[in-house]
Design a protein around this ligand. Sequence first.
Ligand code: ATP
Ligand code: MG
Length: 283
Amino acid sequence: MSEETQIQHSTTETPGSSQAVPAPPALEVKGISKAYTERRRVTSVLNNVSLKVEQQEFVSIVGPSGCGKSTLFHIIGGLEQPDAGTISMNGSLVTGQRGEISYMPQQPALFPWRTIEDNVLIAGEIKGVPQDQAREEARHWLAKVGLSGFERAYPHMLSGGMQQRAAFLRALLAPQELMLLDEPFSALDALTRSEMQRWLLELWEENRRSVLFITHNIEEALLLSNRIYVFSGRPGSVLHTVDIPFPRPRREEITDSPEFLLLKRQLSQWMREEQEKSATTKG
Ligand SMILES: Nc1ncnc2c1ncn2[C@@H]1O[C@H](COP(=O)(O)OP(=O)(O)OP(=O)(O)O)[C@@H](O)[C@H]1O
Ligand SMILES: [Mg+2]
């Protein structure tokens, strides 16, 4: 069961020319491998991972816990060096370079000494937006994610889910075109999660950015993505590449369609198989 669905490559029109010129992908991960050595024990975490995010595409990664998804994000963001392979963005090699992406880590890393509003404002400060304008923008977005009234609170005064929403906003307002989101909604209750998904979907469809998204939630991945990469258990490698055919704009109603349910069943089965394999190797 390792048949891979074909990836469709996008092309864009260059202004003033009638020829379609393929734009380089927003992100290209090629042959990434990584192992950690601790007390002389070598753990292979990623094995020859290759994937792409075309310009303005929404791409998801699903895979068992511990298969190296967050490690891959650290490598893309230049926080870790790979043992093998390269990272390119917009056609340029950027392996090991920082500052190229907007990144929301799995643990919302808000600055504890800054208020929520000031945490979100960091994106504006980096962009060089005038203070007043940035503050107004931050308030507008905080209200959208249900954090009005908490602008002046400090991170420790917020619940885990509220911190996650603030960290998500900070990534969203950052100036980099490519956004990496590591399980941005994992700490939210089902209702808030579904609200945030709907909101992200609408926002992304209005104002497309290139997104690489990690989630354990298959329904979420199917609803949001153009393509899903299914990872194997550790060492993580790409097992399946699935193009998601639903037209845009997408609304939650598609989750009831037979096509959606079929894909959901297939992906869930792959995930279960990998989880079982991981459990037997560990046990
Ligand atoms: N800095 C590090 N030093 C040693 N081992 C590490 C380090 N970072 C990650 N690992 C190991 O690499 C493996 C993959 O971790 P990673 O956080 O990438 O998994 P993940 O797929 O994001 O899992 P989850 O879905 O639970 O978030 C784990 O076994 C982890 O212990
Ligand atoms: Mg992780």
